[in-house]
Design a protein around this ligand. Structure first.
Ligand SMILES: [Zn+2]
Length: 203
């Protein structure tokens, strides 16, 4: 499958990868990546994904984007570069694997809740060892198209389709609902002994 993305968005990502690794993308070689759960026979079930999330050992009550990604770096023993980018409105985020390194890009112009969802979604591609798609830009000049030759990635756009995209969404929904439950529980604990009449306590 091919992904088509806005040329400016692509240039922003390529420029970052080049700066970070000191290399252009033309020599990128990607190790073949195997799907961890199920080998292409369809979507994982919720309970498969819940076990994967459990195995990560992440404490949902400490969630923030940097904290979560830092946990993944240690738990998966991978270099993950987390990059906020002023992408165009149509792109929420992307995951790219290049030069043995993982890059999670997210659109810094989106609402913080969308940024959270995007980063957890993109991280799912790493955790679930998704194979990714070849990345292509629409109407790219030849030299840019050449840079992309061996690059594989995922993009989060409004109309993303495919088993890996659905699975990443499922993973993000499960993990984020766990995080929301914890913050609600924390709120309940905090409010147990709260004044019900003014002056109200600061929560
Ligand atoms: Zn995705």
């Amino acid at each position: 499958m091919l992904l088509s993305i806005n040329q400016n968005d692509l240039v922003l990502m390529l420029r970052h990868i080049e700066e970070k690794t000191g290399r252009s993308q033309s020599g990128t070689r990607l190790a073949p990546r195997q799907a961890q759960i199920d080998s292409g026979t369809g979507l994982s079930t919720d309970s498969d994904l819940v076990s994967v999330i459990d195995a990560l050992g992440y404490q949902p009550d400490t969630f923030s984007i940097p904290n979560y990604v830092d946990h993944l770096r240690h738990a998966l023993n991978r270099e993950i570069d987390l990059v906020a980018i002023p992408f165009s409105e149509s792109l929420s985020g992307a995951y790219v694997h290049a030069h043995e390194q993982d890059f999670i890009f997210y659109n810094m112009g989106k609402h913080p809740l969308i940024q959270n969802h995007t980063v957890v979604h993109e991280s799912a591609h790493i955790v679930l060892k998704h194979q990714g798609y070849r990345v292509r830009g629409a109407n790219l000049p030849d030299e840019l198209a050449a840079l992309l030759k061996n690059m594989v990635g995922h993009c989060r756009t409004r109309n993303a389709i495919g088993v890996e995209e659905q699975e990443a969404e499922q993973f993000a929904n499960l993990l984020l609902s766990r995080i929301r439950q914890h913050s609600f529980r924390r709120y309940l604990v905090k409010t147990t002994n709260t004044n019900l009449f003014p002056p109200f306590d600061q929560l």
